[in-house]
Design a protein around this ligand. Structure first.
Ligand code: GLN
Length: 235
């Protein structure tokens, strides 16, 4: 693609879940972030496609919104997991992440491993890989179910952490780092998961998948990926 629009270009509607800085967030009414810039750059290089208007959902509504055709592509720092791959497809990976345990920076609680969360109140965002860790801790008896809070958005989880309603939030490292830069919270420790983010598409959308993968490769080759990364994460 050359970024030009032809009459034959298919418009694809992107969906995301703001509140996950710096991947997707609101600045006033405007949706901005790494995923927003990257998908736009990728589709501009994807032969035969153009990007429609961004739609916003809670994170755990993105996959159902994709499978019910409300959107055609998910750009939401979504980890490629076996479980999700039973329902949807992904492009090639475009970002790597592990999980972080975020606490208040007042030193009131300083865990250094997952088992230290025992007896404390923990939160994460509904439907995430962070929540999977909490559910695992509940299953193995480390965390009481009544000590776990699931939030529609990590923004509310971090707010509750600051307010002292919970003691720790489990979330992706780059986002935990961004909250730590902006608020009185800090990463207590990280938990290696080796997650890779991909853009989500419907099963069987093979033409779109190829076009997005080619777009992704073009954006990496041109240096545009690096520019977008530096814009949102610094160099
Ligand atoms: N990467 C995590 C997941 O896929 C969190 C994504 C998010 O909250 N936007 O579950």
């Amino acid at each position: 693609g050359t970024g030009t629009t032809t009459e034959t270009a298919t418009t694809i509607t992107p969906g995301t879940a703001p509140g996950f800085p710096p991947f997707e967030m609101k600045e006033g009414d405007e949706l901005v972030g790494f995923d927003i810039d990257l998908l736009s750059a990728v589709v501009a290089e994807a032969e035969g496609y153009q990007l429609g208007e961004w739609q916003e959902f809670a994170f755990d509504s993105l996959v159902p919104s994709l499978t019910s055709n409300k959107i055609d592509v998910i750009a939401a720092a979504m980890t490629i997991t076996d479980k999700r791959e039973q329902t949807i497809d992904f492009t090639n990976p475009y970002y790597n992440a592990d999980q972080a345990i975020l606490v208040r920076e007042d030193g009131s609680f300083s865990p250094s491993k997952l088992s230290d969360l025992s007896g404390h109140k923990v939160g994460s965002q509904s439907g995430t890989t962070g929540e999977n860790i909490a559910k695992e801790l509940i299953k193995e008896g480390t965390l009481k179910e009544s000590n776990y809070n699931s939030y529609d958005s990590y923004v509310f989880a971090v707010q509750d952490l600051q307010n002292g309603n919970i003691d720790a939030v489990i979330l992706d490292v780059p986002v935990a780092q961004t909250f730590a830069d902006q608020r009185p919270v800090e990463i207590a420790f990280t938990h290696e998961t080796g997650e890779r983010y991909g853009f989500g598409i419907r099963n069987g959308d093979d033409d779109l998948q190829s076009a997005l993968n080619e777009g992704l490769a073009a954006v990496r080759d041109s240096g545009r990926y690096e520019e977008i990364r530096n814009k949102w994460f610094g160099s």
